[in-house]
Design a protein around this ligand. Sequence first.
Ligand code: AMP
Length: 289
Amino acid sequence: MSLTTVHTVADLRAAVADWRAKGLRIALVPTMGALHDGHVSLTKLAREHADRVIVSIFVNPTQFGPNEDFSAYPRTLPTDQKLLDEAGVELCFAPSVDEMYPDGFATKVAVDGAMTNVLCGAARPGHFDGVAQVVTKLLLQAMPDCAIFGQKDYQQLMVIRRFSADLNIPVKIIGAKIQREADGLAMSSRNRYLTTSERAIAPTLNRVLGSITAEAVKGTELGPLLAKGREDILSAGFDPIDYLEVRDAQTLELISDKVEKPARIFVAARLGKARLIDNHAINPDVSDA
Ligand code: AMP
């Protein structure tokens, strides 16, 4: 089956209804396009859980702040379609902004509390409300059996788990491992903002997270580890560091002394035009899969 692209909710629902009538299982992979191998790995995982895979491509304006890269965000639909076709994806849903937010649209979805005020939520006010709003819509539009999200955006995955449970959205949320380049840099659509020299510096984030994790699992005090990590990131050329923090893998509560439970170390830092994020698991953690 080759890839079909639809642009309206009506056409998406017609395709889904057809598959449902045949008793097929359906997976959704929401993306903002500018697809890379990280996205492709999500479609592979989707295939393990479903007979039909839908990838949505929508650069969602409501999750970008006023000074963020919404207009500059790469839009590469023809290349994305080719990649999805090669990956065996059946349906691409690529709605316009008007299709998603028609005149009169007035509904917000907000996730309160500790989970959304920290990390990227602190640096990007309103970001997770925008994510919750668009993902709620995509889940209700497609009504798949499951939806796949990358641990690359770990906080986003936790927020999506929260509101989909709170709102009784009957879709299984599945987390997928971070895909990395050969030198360890987490794949990201924003990596294409990097110049050649920045690209050489970028794997520092993964390296620093790896060395802190190796020490933290031994029960080493986090304070000095994080201080040294910050120094290494800044001296590599990142500026500023939005955060370098260790948090509970489930609740995202800050851990400031020693790691004694499943935790995660998170970093966000700017390198030239790109704001890069990454995270590693500290201690075995199966709860986020
Ligand atoms: P984006 O298009 O950046 O919004 O990402 C769409 C989905 O792909 C999200 O669930 C991301 O977490 C996931 N994703 C992005 N980069 C990676 C990566 N390097 N490894 C795994 N998943 C990723």
